[in-house]
Design a protein around this ligand. Structure first.
Ligand SMILES: Nc1ncnc2c1ncn2[C@@H]1O[C@H](COP(=O)(O)OP(=O)(O)OP(=O)(O)O)[C@@H](O)[C@H]1O
Length: 333
């Protein structure tokens, strides 16, 4: 049943004319109904809240407050104002299409619900480091004008060993209260190989809680994005919970060219031999290519040049390749 404190808080927010607090508490009530297995009631409440919100007179647009969370959530969630839109991310056309589909489903979520359909909002991003998983979550938030909340799971687990599930509960409760894109980074930490028996038990608990929270939160319109470099470590039961699993990959030749071109400003880039650049960029991640391009642009600026050459780019890309080799050698020894 609904908590008396929640009813009191609802009445207070009404008396104070604080609409945002009113809807936020109402969503909490819907979330606790969902937790108790009353999914239809929760869904009805959430739809009524949406309808009431839509009916409210629209004044001048109010900027979303991007303050860092305080109290119980401090140190668990980092909030970011999105700096990117989807046009900034260079991805394979199929991936762009699938993300655009998620954006559309979210924008038209009420329309979908009126037709008995649930908009997709649980996403798993899989792919190598630096391929744009975080950037895409940020761009998704940018498209939907929502804040991005980042939860670093590895850090959370290490810091709160034994208490991780309770901390995750706080995060999921927050996602029911405050609509946003919730990015669970380093997600493989949940299914990662642990050696100590205590750690294994803790991971099982965390994973089970996560599964339960993913099922429960039908009363929220927040997006849950989990990102991992190691999908093979993830539990099958967990994979089934996602509406979409999106695979990020190393950049194609065309994508390398697009990334470099996007980062050349203010340099002119006439007569670049793109085949040579693509060869030099082979096996580098999108993130490394951005850094190499930035390095090349910086040296050209310092040399007071207005244009950049193929050699400038190849030199910086080769440097990044060397850094990779020396890093992996150090890890072997
Ligand atoms: N697909 C991309 N298009 C354009 N820029 C990209 C892309 N991928 C990465 N970058 C650049 O590299 C930076 C780091 O990428 P990002 O953090 O999104 O990678 P990631 O896949 O989340 O990596 P990790 O698994 O290490 O967290 C971005 O801020 C952006 O500058």
């Amino acid at each position: 049943m609904t908590n008396t404190k929640q009813i009191l808080a609802l009445l207070r927010s009404r008396a104070e004319g604080d609409d945002d607090a009113f809807y936020s508490i109402a969503l909490q009530v819907a979330a606790s109904e969902a937790r108790q297995g009353h999914k239809t009631t929760a869904e009805e409440m959430r739809a009524e809240i949406e309808r009431a919100r839509a009916r409210r007179p629209r004044g001048p647009s109010i900027p979303i407050a991007f303050n860092q969370p305080r109290g119980n959530l401090e140190g668990l969630i980092e909030v970011r104002e999105p700096r990117f839109r989807m046009k900034d991310v260079v991805l394979a056309p199929k991936l762009v299409e699938r993300i655009a589909d998620v954006v559309l489903q979210q924008r038209k979520r009420e329309w979908l619900r009126e037709h008995g359909r649930v908009p997709g909002r649980r996403l798993l991003f899989v792919g190598p480091p630096g391929s744009g998983k975080t950037m895409s979550a940020e761009a998704l938030a940018g498209e939907l004008h929502l804040p991005l909340y980042v939860i670093r799971l590895e850090g959370l687990i290490t810091r709160f060993m034994g208490d991780t599930a309770a901390k995750l509960r706080l995060v999921f409760d927050e996602s029911a209260k405050r609509r946003g894109v919730y990015l669970f980074d380093e997600f493989d930490a949940v299914g990662g190989h642990r050696t100590a028996p205590n750690d294994v038990a803790e991971m099982r608990r965390v994973l089970n809680s996560f599964l339960q929270f993913m099922e429960e939160e039908s009363a929220t319109d927040s997006l849950i994005v989990c990102a991992t470099n190691h999908p093979e470590l993830l539990d099958r039961a967990l994979l089934r919970r996602y509406d979409q699993v999106l695979e990020f990959a190393a950049p194609s030749r065309e994508q390398i060219r697009e990334i470099v071109t996007n980062h050349l400003r203010p340099m002119k880039a006439a007569r670049i031999a793109w085949t040579k650049v693509a060869e030099a960029a082979q096996h580098l991640s999108q993130s490394e290519i951005v850094r190499a391009t930035d390095d090349a642009v910086k040296s050209a600026i310092l040399a007071e040049r207005k244009a950049i050459s193929t050699d400038d780019l190849v030199k910086r890309l080769t440097e990044r390749q060397d850094m990779r080799v020396s890093f992996s050698e150090r890890r072997i020894t």
